[in-house]
Write a protein that binds this ligand. Structure first.
Ligand SMILES: [Cu+2]
Length: 130
């Protein structure tokens, strides 16, 4: 195999990796094991509570009905945020949620919503709004 052909294979491979969303994607999210699984199964929910515990959102993936309200409760001893969007532009952000505090947001638009904590790099969650 020539060097030029090898370069072509490497290019095609990185393109495929990009399409599959491996590593850090264009919005700056890192891939977290467990995201992209079967947790979206079941009926869409309209009143959802998500815990922030041990530096994780739980559950991390929820299927929402349009107009659903989500309430996050911080059960850790450190502050977290609930922030949608990439690192340059935030669709919405809770600001810091202190220990024991809650944050509530309503989702009116169908589609995929990914959010993260701006303080802890691997703390991510995802909704599918139907
Ligand atoms: Cu956090």
């Amino acid at each position: 195999m020539t060097a030029a052909r090898l370069a072509g294979v490497a290019g095609a491979l990185s393109l495929v990796m990009g399409l599959l969303g491996c590593g850090e994607d264009k919005e700056g999210f890192t891939s977290v094991p467990g995201l992209g699984g079967t947790e979206f199964e079941g009926p869409a929910r309209s009143d959802v509570r998500i815990g922030m515990k041990d530096i994780e959102f739980s559950p991390r993936q929820v299927k929402l009905a349009r107009g659903a309200t989500v309430t996050w409760t911080n059960r850790d001893q450190v502050a977290h945020t609930v922030t949608q969007g990439d690192r340059a532009y935030n669709e919405f952000t809770s600001g810091e949620i202190g220990p024991g505090k809650t944050y509530r947001h309503t989702f009116d638009e169908p589609g995929e919503v990914r959010y993260r904590c701006t303080i802890h790099a691997n703390m991510e969650g995802e909704f599918r709004v139907e």
